[in-house]
Design a protein around this ligand. Structure first.
Ligand code: SF4
Length: 439
């Protein structure tokens, strides 16, 4: 039996999807990609933009023509009826029951043997308890790096955001469980663990924030494992966290949802920091590593964003030396304060601003890659093609690995340096030394 888990949206969704896919593999199902044809589809949806929702509807319609399709995730949570109306093959699983999907494979195995159809098996599936932190797959279907979910929900209420509505209040996984799961991942051979959550810097267990958790984790894990953080909201980055990030096992890659470089706009959309506070945090992040990869999320055309505000944002981006931008043209989300906002920026201007920043992002990325030429780094090996390994460096650059060790394997961490020249096309080259950092 083939099952396809199709994911839209953030790293947290990816992490949860992988755990679900993993639970199916363990029960003997074959996990396939969306173009391979499956007996069951699970679509993990996102509500961040209207585009993400459109894509979810398109894929669900397509999958439902082939087989029963379970829709879960933030979009399914806030628009259950809309998705159910797409086809009678669609079954919506609300967020509070999403973690139940980890037990679905076992249930289906039994129900299929007893003669039920796949859809009947799904409908008859019900389970008493599941927690948002049930995702603890120790082996993953798709990735050479492990994802570990440590936080869910968010107590902020940014005026454009629908995710905090779908996911609810901030909750954190007990730090002893985080350590237990991280050690299990190390035991399973992972050399990089990505910590994920809806608002990671809101992590709080018994007064210990993310900084306190990292201290404990770094004490527990061996020297062979690296930690990477998914995005960090600026308003909870404190001194303890900044200190913990200096540990060489923390990957030199930081992703900050900046959203705007104008204090006026930040205030309009209820973000809880000023540009001067953000600059100080970014400065400390840059000092914690040797030229870390610094990515920023930016939204263009937030209601009320004037030309002057946009220019301030551009100036701010240029002054901070970001390595890459993730640019989102503002899209009004139902149920959010900005859905009916006045002072809308015309779509044409919003899109022109997005285009300009995407161009800027390419230049920033090129100049970051250039600055890394000849520098030492570490790379996680990800896949092998045409006799070469390809991988991801600690500072988030995709590379082609030259001279990988003969005992190389997917997920292995190797040391080396970036070559001295940028290729005209394709990935940067990384010369691996004959030493790998192994368990
Ligand atoms: S910090 Fe703001 S944008 Fe991020 S999840 Fe919370 S409310 Fe949404």
């Amino acid at each position: 039996m083939n099952v396809c888990v199709y994911t839209l949206g953030c790293r947290l969704n990816q992490c949860e999807s992988e755990a679900i896919a993993d639970s199916f593999s363990k029960e003997g199902f074959t996990v396939v990609s969306e173009d391979q044809g499956a007996d069951l589809y699970i679509v993990n949806t996102c509500t961040v933009t209207s585009k993400a929702e459109q894509k979810a509807r398109r894929m669900i319609r397509k999958f439902a023509r082939i087989a029963p399709t379970l829709a879960t995730g933030c979009y399914a949570q806030v628009n259950e009826e809309e998705l159910k109306a797409l086809s009678d093959q669609v079954i919506v699983v609300p967020l509070e029951k999403k973690a139940h999907l980890l037990q679905l494979a076992k249930h289906l195995k039994a129900s299929l043997v007893s003669g039920m159809s796949m859809k009947e098996g799904c409908l008859s599936f019900s389970d008493g308890k599941a927690s948002v932190f049930d995702y603890d797959a120790a082996s993953f279907s798709y990735h050479s790096r492990a994802y570990l979910k440590i936080q869910d929900g968010c107590d902020n209420s940014c005026a454009y955001c629908r995710v905090h509505i779908a996911r609810g209040k901030a909750v954190s996984l007990d730090s002893s469980l985080v350590i237990e799961r991280a050690l299990a991942l190390e035991e399973a051979g992972f050399q990089e663990i990505m910590l994920t959550g809806v608002n990671l810097t809101m992590y709080d267990h018994q007064g210990d924030g993310l900084g306190g958790l990292l201290e404990k984790l770094l004490r527990a894990l061996s020297a062979n494992v690296r930690l990477r953080l998914s995005s960090m909201e600026p308003d909870h980055i404190d001194g303890r966290l900044l200190e913990a990030l200096k540990d060489p096992r923390m990957q030199p890659h930081f992703h900050i949802p900046v959203q705007s470089g104008s204090d006026r706009v930040l205030q309009l959309v209820d973000r809880h920091y000023t540009i001067s506070e953000l600059s100080s945090i970014l400065e400390q992040l840059k000092q914690s590593k040797d030229d870390p990869f610094l990515a920023a999320d930016i939204i263009t055309g937030l209601p009320g964003e004037s030309e002057e505000d946009f220019q301030e944002t551009k100036q701010f981006i240029l002054s901070q030396g970001f390595s890459m931008l993730h640019v989102f043209p503002f899209s009004p989300r139902p149920d959010t304060p900005l859905y009916h906002a006045k002072h809308r920026v015309p779509e044409k201007i919003r899109d022109e601003r997005a285009l300009e920043l995407r161009e800027l992002s390419k230049q920033l990325h090129d100049s970051y890659r250039e600055r890394q030429l000849g520098k030492e780094s570490e790379v996680i090996l990800q896949n092998r093609k045409g006799g070469h390994w390809y991988g991801l460096s600690g500072n988030y650059l995709e590379v082609k690995v030259i001279d990988a060790p003969p005992f190389a394997r997917e997920g292995m961490l190797v040391k080396g340096r970036f070559s001295d020249k940028l290729p005209k096309t394709g990935k940067m080259e990384f010369i691996s030394y004959e030493t790998a950092i192994r368990n």
